[in-house]
Design a binder for this molecule. Structure first.
Ligand code: IMP
Length: 189
């Protein structure tokens, strides 16, 4: 596919993760210099849709935006769509403190991705569930990666390479679903 997709993110790790998936679909991904417009809303789907519409005002190219959050069961899904704010304020240690003396460590990462192109918009979601470990491990990745282990694994996301994380991750699932639909659409028009 000749046309480049512009991925609006300021997060280098996300760009790496999504680039690897794009390559497997023969899609060229460009790190576009447009700030992802941050929108506050209760659902990740609503966030990415609004954010993609606003970001598209800056370019004629197809635009991809992605938003994710960590949903902790014992905290009724907190921080969820507020994960970015929580990460910047109380951080990993603050989250571990909230879970002190709590045995139910179950948590899920959720991601929503929206791709706006000349014929419309494709939105999809992905999820990975696992548990919050007792203390941070690993130096790779970003955000809450050092405290999250997906079910079926012993490593945290921060102990995995990009390819390993992509086998499990919420983002890999959401993005793959979007790219799959995009490739199919391009094939038929
Ligand atoms: P964003 O709004 O999609 O950038 O995500 C909100 C926050 O969730 C980020 O600041 C990270 O702390 C966290 N987050 C999202 N995705 C991931 C991930 O794949 N690993 C670890 N933390 C993540």
């Amino acid at each position: 596919m000749d046309e480049k997709i512009c991925f609006a993110t300021s997060n280098f790790h996300k760009f790496e993760e999504v680039s690897e998936i794009a390559r497997s679909y023969g899609i060229m991904l460009e790190h576009c210099n447009i700030p992802k417009i941050e929108v506050q809303a209760e659902s990740l789907r609503e966030i990415v849709l609004k954010s993609a519409i606003l970001t598209r005002l800056y370019t004629n190219k197809p635009v991809l935006v992605e938003d994710a959050g960590l949903f902790i069961k014992a905290l009724n899904g907190f921080p969820g769509p507020y994960s970015n704010y929580v990460y910047r304020t109380i951080g990993i240690n603050g989250v571990l403190k909230l879970l002190e003396n709590i045995d139910n460590r179950e948590a899920c990462f959720k991601s929503a991705a929206a791709l706006i192109h000349e014929n419309g918009v494709i939105i999809d979601e992905g999820e990975v569930c696992g548990y919050i470990v007792r203390s941070p491990r690993g130096t790779m990745g970003f955000g809450f990666d050092p405290i999250f282990t997906p079910y079926g694994e012993t490593k945290t996301f921060a102990e995995m390479t990009t390819s390993e994380k992509n086998k499990y991750s919420h983002r890999a699932k959401a993005i793959s679903r979007v790219f799959e639909k995009y490739v199919e659409l391009k094939r038929t028009i």
